[in-house]
Design a protein around this ligand. Sequence first.
Ligand code: PBG
Length: 325
Amino acid sequence: MFPSHRPRRLRRTPALRRLVAETEVRPRQLVLPMFVKEGATEPVPIASMPGVVQHTRDTLRKAAVEAVQAGVGGIMLFGVPLKRDATGSGGIDPEGVLNLALRDLRAELGDDTVLMSDLCLDEFTDHGHCGVLDGNGGVDNDATLAVYADMALAQADAGAQYLGPSGMMDGQVGVIREALDAAGHIDTGILAYSAKFASAFFGPFREAVESQLTGDRMSYQQDPANVREALREVSLDLTEGADLVMVKPALAYLDVIRAVREVADVPVAAYQVSGEYAMVEAAAANGWLDRRRTVLETLTSIRRAGADVILTYWATEAAGWLRES
Ligand code: PBG
């Protein structure tokens, strides 16, 4: 052994490790996804996501304030309506649950956080697809874009500061950007779900939003095998005016996050999805993993891969831990 080559010299004490750590996770980089359920009078637990609930409009406000006080950087809101139809009209209705709750949160929080809204039809359609259907049961890309444009305006009017189109329709960012600009919403931003994969890790989310889907989303979400295609999606979204781009899920796609980070000149977000949450919670509940250490390790790895922003259901709790550190 060459005597001076001793990497362990940099690991000897906590102070040394603190001094030389390459990657940090800060509360401000975390975004909390939240669910609000129409007509709920009590928060409804989501069995496959222990600790996560479908909020009432009232408990949503309180939990959002708590998240902001803990230091999280933003909130991403999903709505769970009571009634669904073929075109997802509840997503456009200003009185729809998502738009009402956006108004509540904006009134409560003002500019204290970054209020984001999921822009997709799957929670609002009776068939559970992210768009409207054509005559053959397929998802009609361009007819869906027209609905997304209306949904974007409804969400911007309701006070959302960033819109998160998550339906993977071609051209969605451009159509939404044009609609926002034409209506004078030039400051409303777009967090583009650029590389969203057809993932088994979304399983628990389908319970969270009471999804009516029976088939799959392989004709619009990406094949998990493809990274070049993810870069193509990112470059199209940037051309169309995306303010941030996102990779989703996170942990099984760290290489995609890294590849996107290297080409994108905007902040890169990663979504640590419901299945990633459920996996760790289940193992921790069995005593098989140290919950806190595992959560922080996953967040660190997503940051190390290159994500600037992480959407995670642990945002509030992790922010609390990280403030102590
Ligand atoms: C679609 C949407 C999904 C998620 C976020 N937005 C589900 C899907 O594409 O099936 C998944 C989030 C998660 O699993 O945590 N509106």
